[in-house]
Design a protein around this ligand. Structure first.
Ligand code: ADP
Ligand code: MG
Ligand code: MG
Length: 328
């Protein structure tokens, strides 16, 4: 679906940042159907719009800055990519007393990768499809496209299976761009002052947990994404292990909603990572994915693969797997 430029007339939003001009008609065409997700800033609904379905992320009005920021990221030039959640529009809904902020995107009925993987058995081919498509999304996000109509490099800063969606064709797209930051390579600056320890603690890289990430170096912010991505790859792989349920990384080491201290203890001090299973080592293809994921979550950030390298390694494996598949 094409995205709509609706910031043209009528009213301006209040609150922080530049005034956002919003035409108050788009949201009125939308009928909310059912709630499908809940996050930090509000709710996500499946909704009807012009004969099809869309997803509407509704922000509480006190979260206007978050809504504005996520909108701004989605409206970055060249943000459309098959492995990035497709943005449609943002709008303000409601009267002066009750305001709701809408961020409208493509709707994906399988929901998040986390939801999809629950109780799911994946064979090697399912796994590589999910892994390669998610890696392509991250590589695209991280890449700078040079030129007048170019795209800045973007770091996500909250990579996890709940922020990745599964499309009908069982490929992934990356969503929840609310914490993302953009890099201006000419000025060598990041577009907002990146407060250091944002994201989800369970998925935080060691250098984020112990507060040593140098946020002035954009390369380092991207490397923290790669660590989190390694954990997501592990979650995808675990669905190939018979008799093992889907687990969040460190499920056996930390409680639900863990704090900094316990995460630091496990990830930084003990240098623990989720288990690599025997079956991944015995199978030549699985071994490659196992190798990739362990090169993502290195304690030393510069030793990690780049998102582009992850994508290339997985693409090569995908080709090899297809070649080795018996022709029926
Ligand atoms: P938050 O910023 O509040 O975490 P997210 O954008 O991550 O919000 O969305 C929260 C949850 O809503 C996701 O984990 C997913 O389950 C569901 N969701 C989000 N976007 C979509 C979508 N486009 N299609 C289907 N489900 C979605
Ligand atoms: Mg989220
Ligand atoms: Mg968010």
């Amino acid at each position: 679906m094409e995205s709509y430029k609706i910031y043209s007339e009528v009213t301006s939003g209040s609150g922080a940042g530049r005034p956002l001009m919003v035409k108050r008609t788009f949201a009125k065409e939308i009928t909310l159907v059912k709630a499908v997700g809940r996050g930090r800033f509000g709710e996500v609904w499946m909704a009807k719009w012009r004969g099809g379905f869309v997803a509407v992320k509704i922000f509480y009005s006190i979260e206007e800055a978050s809504w504005r920021r996520e909108t701004e990221i989605y409206e970055t030039t060249l943000m459309r990519h098959e492995n990035i959640l497709g943005y449609i529009a943002s709008d303000i809904m409601g009267s002066q007393s009750v305001t709701q902020l809408y961020l409208v995107t493509d709707y994906h009925e399988f929901g998040s990768l986390y939801d999809y993987l629950q109780g799911q058995y994946c064979d090697k081919f399912d796994m590589i499809r999910l892994a390669l498509s998610a890696a392509s999304g991250l590589a695209y996000l991280h890449a700078e496209i040079v030129g007048k109509q170019g795209k800045p490099a973007i770091a996500h800063r909250d990579i996890k299976s709940r922020n990745i969606l599964v499309k009908r064709d069982k490929t992934c797209c990356i969503g929840d761009l609310g914490l993302a930051v953009r890099y201006d390579s000419e000025k060598d600056t990041v577009d907002i002052a990146p407060n250091k320890r944002v994201g989800t603690k369970r998925y935080m890289a060691p250098e984020v947990l112990n507060d040593t990430l140098n946020t002035a170096k954009f390369e380092d912010i991207k490397r923290a994404d790669v660590y989190s991505f390694g954990l997501v790859l592990w979650e995808i792989c675990i669905c190939s292990v018979i008799n093992v349920e889907h687990h969040l990384p460190y499920w056996d080491k930390v409680p639900q909603d863990p704090g900094f201290e316990i995460m630091k203890e496990v990830v930084v001090l003990q240098n623990t990572r989720p288990p690599i299973y025997d079956v991944w080592i015995r199978d030549a293809h699985m071994r490659v994915i196992g190798q990739v994921l362990s090169e993502c979550w290195h304690q030393s950030a510069p030793a990690r693969l780049t998102a582009l390298r992850i994508k290339k390694n997985l693409a090569k494996l995908d080709i090899e797997m297809k070649k080795s598949q018996p022709i029926i």
